[in-house]
Design a protein around this ligand. Structure first.
Ligand code: FUB
Ligand code: ZN
Length: 644
């Protein structure tokens, strides 16, 4: 379905993700996708309606009153990015109706698309906020008002809806809008030298270019990436043009939106976490498509900064609610962690796009970490309730909610889960890569042929992975299989013959290039040992504490499974833990059980303080995967446990 534009100068293989219809997902992620298809997709639509979004986009209805008051700074209301919430809802619905036909939902989405089509202006412009709520103000405040961000999410929705249903109305609408944006913004005389304060359009334009085969959208994405942070600063000029003082900015400097300097000079992940992740994802797409090593170098500096100093062990990120983002190095508070669901989803976007430049498990490890932990923690197991913040410790008061005034996270986690198959594989000229293991069947495009790969596995509960190859005729290609960075012991065989993993592995991927025949089999066994992780000593909140991890899953203790207040417990050595699959618990999870030590309280006789150290007692403890917490009765939760 997709026409991949080629850029002749690009020196290396470009790995593009398969479209959702190319991957049939079963197993662990299959049941997550089913929850989204069965529940979340309808809920998202319904909540958007209840919020009043359709009143804003439907040109046949009277212009509605403002439903969400402006922020005290006077420039922003969450209502101005309702188009983005609808864009993500359309995207989620697209993937879901492909997986499980849902004619009622599809009809509702078709009606929403009709509204957008009707709303679109002659020149292609499309924004329910600026056309209906703030007419005459378009392109006056890109810094704050999410105008191009909304365009980006509607483009992503359009691409998904086309790929999943074959219906191209929204794709045509959004192509016209992108054409319009391309006339307004760009390097030529008379064009605005702008870009959005909330990144998103960049990565969306790459998707649009890939699906339409129209390279000008890619060029526009590249332009916006490279224009960011240049002088004279667009946000300053734009503020002056609307009669505002550029210094009168709520966030004081442009680190908040990663526009403090040109992106190729940036080396610290700063500011608003979701914005940062979306920008880096767009940059990685551009670096992939243009074979741009200079941009990749900047991305690798940013990658190292995030991964060595600013990332939660769960793959969550952005500790502070003040800027919804980053603070200082090693500042990773647990109980107050903001760690927005969208930010972890954004990290999966970024990591996935770094893999466009070639398989490398440093990126896939982080993608897997955020997917299995800090992202899906944001969605209840049944697909009906959500987290915005994903703390690593709770006294019991942090619980899932039905909706949020700022509903960015529910459709973000919805679309990510429903499109999970696209993260599992990469396809390039003569090559395929398996980034994630999950029971699934993928039909991949290697240029000259189609390759079908069927994974048979219970991963992440079990590390045994069988892969069967299917090709129409014997075909030479390279199969790149990820050996996760966390795995201490792995074995690999092809058609029963062992492969020397050390010799075959580069950047954490075993590369097997040969002529493959239908029925060839690969067996990969990954050891899933229980491990204890320690944090860098500068992370003050985690000193003396450990986290339990098994394979890609980070574990936590919940009050409901444990006899004492969680901070009284001290965990024993990793080898003392037994891993048990419990089919009836939390939709089937491997739990970790051990005997822990605890500070006894029986002999305190009403004292609050005393000179004698507490006595020690032994108690059984049980840990569950972090993503599954708060799916039972509310209670305590702890990721960083006191070490033994
Ligand atoms: O501003 C749009 C979205 O709302 C951001 O990505 C989230 O952090 C939330 O502020
Ligand atoms: Zn969010």
């Amino acid at each position: 379905m997709s026409a991949l534009p080629s850029v002749d100068e690009a020196p290396r293989a470009r790995f593009r993700p398969p479209a959702v219809p190319q991957v049939e997902v079963r197993g662990f992620w299959g049941s997550r996708v089913d929850a989204v298809a069965d529940k979340t997709a309808d809920i998202l639509y319904q909540r958007c309606v209840e919020a009043g979004m359709l009143d804003q986009i439907d040109p046949d209805r009277p212009v509605p009153a403002l439903r969400i008051p402006f922020h005290p700074n006077g420039t922003v209301t969450m209502q101005m990015f309702w188009d983005s919430d609808l864009g993500k809802t359309i995207e989620t619905a697209a993937y879901c109706v492909y997986r499980k036909p849902n004619p009622a939902l599809e009809a509702k989405i078709d009606a929403v698309i009709d509204m957008f089509e009707k709303l679109q202006q002659e020149d292609g412009y499309l924004s329910s906020w600026y056309q209906r709520m703030e007419p005459g103000k378009r392109w006056t405040n890109l810094r704050d008002c999410h105008e191009l961000y909304c365009a980006g999410h509607l483009i992503e929705g359009a691409v998904a809806y086309y790929q999943a249903t074959g219906k191209r109305k929204l794709l045509d609408v959004m192509s016209r809008y992108a054409d319009h944006i391309g006339t307004v913004f760009g390097p030529n005389p008379g064009q605005r030298k702008g870009y959005c304060g909330h990144e998103e359009l960049e990565l969306a334009l790459v998707k649009l270019a890939r699906v339409t085969g129209n390279h000008k959208y890619m060029d526009l994405a590249k332009y916006m990436v490279d224009q960011r942070g240049q002088q004279p600063h667009y946000f300053d000029e734009e503020a002056k043009a609307r009669g505002a003082d550029p210094a009168d900015y709520h966030f004081k400097n442009y680190e908040y939106n990663q526009a403090h300097k040109p992106v190729r000079e940036q080396d610290k992940v700063v500011g608003h976490a979701v914005r940062a992740m979306y920008l880096y994802a767009g940059m990685a797409d551009v670096a992939t498509e243009y074979g741009d090593d200079d941009l990749k170098k900047a991305l690798d500096r940013l990658w190292d900064d995030l991964n060595s100093k600013r990332l939660y062990v769960t793959g969550g990120l952005g500790p502070s609610a003040d800027n919804e983002g980053f603070t200082s190095d090693y500042d990773l508070p647990n109980e107050t962690a903001y760690a927005e669901t969208c930010a972890a989803v954004g990290l999966a976007f970024w990591a996935n796009r770094m893999l466009g430049m070639g398989p490398n498990t440093r990126y896939a490890d982080a993608m897997e970490l955020s997917l299995y932990n800090g992202s899906i923690s944001g969605l209840s197991l049944d697909g009906s309730l959500f987290f915005y913040e994903n703390p690593l410790e709770s006294r019991g008061g942090h619980n899932r909610w039905k909706w949020h005034r700022c509903p960015c996270c529910p459709p973000n986690i919805g679309r990510m889960v429903a499109s999970i198959g696209t993260y599992m594989y990469g396809q390039a000229e003569g090559e395929v890569a398996v980034h994630l293991y999950c029971d699934s069947t993928a039909t991949l495009d290697i240029g000259s042929a189609e390759v079908k790969l069927t994974q048979d596995t219970r991963y992440p509960w079990d590390g045994a992975i069988g892969i069967t190859v299917d090709v129409a005729k014997p075909t030479r290609f390279a199969l790149n299989l990820r050996i996760p960075g966390w795995c201490r012991k792995a074995t690999l065989s092809v058609n029963g013959a062992p492969v020397d993993l050390k010799a075959a592995t580069e950047d954490g991927y075993a590369r097997i290039e040969r002529e493959w025949k239908a029925g060839d089999t690969v067996q990969l066994d990954l050891d899933l040992a229980v491990e204890q992780l320690h944090a860098h000593p500068e992370v003050r909140q985690d000193v003396g504490r450990v986290t339990l991890k098994r394979g890609p899953l980070v574990y936590c203790l919940e009050g409901i499974d444990n006899p004492l207040s969680l901070n009284r417990l001290r965990v024993p050595a990793p080898s003392s833990f037994t891993a048990n699959f419990e089919p009836g618990l939390l939709e089937g999870v491997v739990t970790l059980a051990a005997e822990a030590e605890a500070d006894a309280t029986g002999d305190w006789n009403g004292d609050l303080y005393r000179t004698a150290a507490p006595k020690t007692e032994t108690v059984p403890i049980k840990a569950v995967p972090y993503y599954a917490w708060d799916n039972r009765e509310p209670g305590e939760m702890l990721v960083w446990l006191r070490g033994g």
